[in-house]
Design a protein around this ligand. Sequence first.
Ligand SMILES: Cc1ncc(COP(=O)(O)O)c(C=O)c1O
Length: 391
Amino acid sequence: MKYDFDSIINREGTDAIKLTAMMENWGRTDLIPMWVADMDFAAGPFVLDAIRRRCDRGILGYTCKGDHYYNAIIHWINDRYGMSAVKENITFVGGIVPGIALAIDCFSKPGDKVLIQPPVYHPFRNVSTAYGREVVTNPLMLENGQYRMDLDDLRNKAKGCKLMILCNPHNPGGIVWTKEELQAVAEICAKEHVMVFSDEIHADLTLPPCKHTPFCMISEEARQNTVTFMAPSKAFNIAGISASHVIIYNKEWHQQFEAFLERGELNMGHVFATLCVEACYTEGKEWLDQCIRYIQGNIDYVMAFLKEHCPRIKAIEPHASYLIWLDCRELGLTPEQLTDFFVDKAHLALNDGYIFGEEGKEFMRLNIGSPRSIIEKAMKQLAEAYKRQGY
Ligand SMILES: Cc1ncc(COP(=O)(O)O)c(C=O)c1O
């Protein structure tokens, strides 16, 4: 491999949330952090060089977004996903969650209903309720170790909703939706006049042979009914750079969103944001391919390890990204006991499943975006605790 994903980088002293918030959450710091969704790998040298080059110039004044920034995004998404986007479809936002919050504020009003599919990335619910919207849930169905959508329930629940936040691919399940599922969502939402926000932050981490389908590519109708959120933050591990983009093909909606942001100059960003986006999308393909292979290696290792040493913890195989959703129902523990097992017995910090909705309450989310040696150490600790507890 040309790039190094094996070296352990000490994140202490960098204010990494993954480390600093451990004390706040669990009252201790002696846990292997496997929760917050960033990876423990260094950002690619092309990103670090772009930042360095700009620092060497010493110029950090007001900066606009040049055509080279838009062209880098356009080339990346058109090449990978055939999205045929143009500059006029793209708007900068400083992060996906802030972008979703802004779009909720722009396109709906307090009291409007927002549809989500739990267990799902918890800010979808938190942001919606924080903005006074009512959350409607269309829970996913877990069958034979894989999730699918409950489309009959969606047909009923969509009635009267203003918008739906789709997680595509889905976190925490690592699900790559089938075209048929996306088509059904598109038809239901168009029929019921439900606008679709498609959060595609994990798209570039889709694991071969699976392929990502942007929701807006399902049909012309879907294209006109979608607000797509994308970013290099997850795939290239630059979440701290807060650089994302919103893609809207519906001309009226695009103008409405741009005007909404302009009012408060909310689309400014910072000087390194556009530089980093451009560096990832123009120079990062090889790094990303290798990173994906490394992630797949970690997933294979964890899946095989759990099967052998912790058979009552069933890992749901992710088809995108570096998060593994662990079905712990066979352990028969309450959510508190489950946290206690992972934290106090195995000394691991995972995300508790219940934060993703009550549907996740006997599950845990494991982040395997770390050097293999850390993953091996974590699995050993888990197996020892599992054995000690007599599971
Ligand atoms: C589905 C999804 N959307 C958004 C985010 C966060 O995006 P940002 O940090 O750009 O707000 C995450 C992070 O884990 C995520 O999984």
